[in-house]
Ligand binder design. Structure first.
Ligand SMILES: *[C@@H]1O[C@H](CO)[C@@H](O)[C@H](O)[C@H]1NC(C)=O
Ligand SMILES: *[C@@H]1O[C@H](CO)[C@@H](O)[C@H](O)[C@H]1NC(C)=O
Length: 295
């Protein structure tokens, strides 16, 4: 993110926040930030800085801080961004063009998405993503989020009718999901499956099946190569995370300068992604019973 902010032509890094001042200072030193970048030992302190309080980028991963962030957001005009950087890769627009072409792709039938990596024992013991009080949705919130989002993207953000967890979810002692799968079903019969896991070799696949065509991507959220193949459709020479920051800064700038209204697209699809993740978690907890998705 810090690299992306410095690469984006219309954004500057103002401050970094961490859970302790030492961690924030260490991060700033390791990344060679200029003196002007402030460091804070809590996320609240970042919000209280008048220079950054109007545009703050928060990870999409839900946490117990969520309630506090929401309360803050009502009081001020705090801007948060869900950091789905692959959504800003030009490749995604090209893929959408293909899926929208009735001659090449036909009707959407199903989507299958997998995001896994093999976490080491230190990660499985100590990472915030396995702690119920920090990032309590575990593998589902961390990497399953990407699967849910690419599925909704392929389905034009139409919510499925039901979500059903697949048997065999693995939870740690504290009840945090380390590995799970789910199926999503739409009223018209379209189907999607997802699998997310901290316990299997790195895989970032999505397969989208239409009546006439099939789309395969094996690095849908983080291109294996930042500069070559995955950029052959690109019109801009920036990595996807810098494109995300650029779009974010443009949105914030247009609201500040011309008082235009915030774009509804991002909050809407962020909410839908969360609704599906919540349904997967509920189905895991209810012995794989189907869960109706209600907007
Ligand atoms: C970023 O900092 C540079 C150098 O101080 C300044 O010229 C530029 O206007 C700043 N950009 C934004 C978006 O604040
Ligand atoms: C593990 O995953 C990586 C990335 O997907 C792949 O390049 C590698 O071949 C896989 N390892 C094996 C032994 O298949």
């Amino acid at each position: 993110m810090a690299r992306a902010i410095s690469l984006a032509p219309n954004a500057n890094l103002s401050a970094v926040g961490s859970r302790t001042p030492e961690k924030a200072k260490r991060f700033a030193a390791e990344n060679g930030f200029p003196e002007t970048v402030k460091t804070y030992g809590s996320y609240e302190a970042v919000l209280d800085d008048p220079n950054v309080a109007q545009c703050t980028c928060r990870s999409p991963r839900p946490s117990t801080h969520g309630g506090r962030w929401r309360r803050r957001r009502r009081r001020s005009t705090l801007w948060t961004g869900a950091c789905g950087m692959w959504m800003h890769h030009p490749r995604l627009h090209k893929m959408k063009e293909l899926l929208s072409n009735p001659h090449l792709f036909g009707q959407l039938k199903s989507v299958h998405s997998i995001f896994t990596f093999l976490a080491d024992s230190d990660y499985l013991e100590n990472n915030i993503r396995v702690k119920p009080d920090l990032d309590g949705l575990g593998a589902l919130g961390d990497i399953g989020w990407y699967c849910v989002r690419i599925i909704l993207w392929a389905a034009d953000y139409e919510l499925p009718k039901t979500v059903t967890a697949l048997p065999g979810a693995v939870l740690n002692k504290a009840g945090v999901i380390l590995s799970c799968g789910a199926s999503l079903l739409w009223e018209d019969g379209r189907l999607a499956t997802l699998e997310c896991s901290f316990l299997a070799n790195l895989t970032m696949d999505v397969t989208v099946l239409g009546t006439k065509g099939t789309l395969h991507v094996n690095d849908f959220n983080i291109p294996f190569d930042e500069t070559s193949a995955s950029f052959k459709f690109a019109t801009e020479d920036l990595p996807q995370e810098a494109l995300m920051i650029k779009e974010f800064a443009t949105l914030v700038g247009s609201i500040r300068d011309s008082s235009s209204k915030p774009d509804k697209k991002w909050p809407t699809i962020t909410r839908k992604t969360q609704l599906v993740m919540d349904a997967v978690k509920l189905s895991v907890e209810n012995g794989c019973a189907p869960v109706n998705v209600v907007n």
